[in-house]
Design a protein around this ligand. Structure first.
Ligand code: E4P
Length: 218
């Protein structure tokens, strides 16, 4: 499973890269706003900075909701860097845009996926990635991980090559469960990734190893 970082924060992206496990990045308009990035040129400059740090794919989301607007934005965004992937919302014109951009050889990530039907339609339209939002599904008292499992089964049966990018990850367990459910990629903030490191028995064990070494060598 690939690890993407879900942030527009350059320090966090660099820290994830330094861990040696970073395969890509995703952003959305909320994440850009959170970093105080506004205005078309500033947003494009920020994408360029992210693309310079990240070796793998970087999802940049369109803000248009009509086909022509999405096409125009996509053509501008792909000029920023070769690793830009166009993030398209799961709406009717979004499906048309996925189909059009796929035909042009532009890679896409269909975002805001909450059902098997939406996943099927996005894959049929040729999306390179689909982003089911696990955390937001859990917030509604349904089970986000079960959606990942079902999509993985459906894509395997149908032979779709669209990659399942588990998004809206809220904790380390979401990462592990996504891996078990068949996600191709998880995209998450830095903290849930760092949470995978932690176990109290590791800390206790290391402390004892170092204490024993010190005793034997003093
Ligand atoms: C990623 O592509 C999504 O935009 C993101 O994971 C959404 O996460 P949230 O539900 O925590 O906002």
């Amino acid at each position: 499973m690939k690890f993407f970082i879900d942030t527009a924060n350059l320090d966090q992206i660099a820290e994830a890269k330094a861990l040696g496990i970073l395969d890509g990045a995703t952003t959305n308009p909320s994440l850009m706003a959170k970093e105080g990035i506004s205005g078309k040129q500033n947003i494009f400059d920020h994408y360029a900075k992210i693309c310079a740090i990240v070796d793998g794919d970087v999802s940049a989301e369109v803000i248009s909701t009509d086909l022509e607007g999405m096409k125009r934005e996509a053509h501008e965004l792909v000029e920023i860097a070769p690793n830009i992937v166009i993030k398209i919302p799961m709406i009717k014109d979004g499906v048309k845009a996925l189909s059009y951009l796929t035909g042009e050889g532009i890679r896409t990530n269909c975002t805001l996926i909450f059902s098997l039907g939406q996943a099927l339609l996005a894959a049929k339209a040729g999306a390179s990635y689909i982003s089911p939002f696990i955390g937001r599904i859990d917030d509604t008292t349904w089970d986000g991980i079960s959606l990942i499992r079902d999509i993985a089964e459906m894509f395997a049966i149908q032979g779709y090559e669209t990659e399942i990018l588990a998004a809206s990850i809220r904790n380390s367990n979401h990462i592990v469960q996504s891996a078990m459910a068949g996600a191709d990629i998880v995209t998450c903030p830095l903290n849930p990734i760092l949470g995978l490191l932690k176990h109290p028995l590791t800390d206790i064990g290391l402390e004892k190893f170092l204490a024993d070494h010190k005793k034997a060598n003093s």
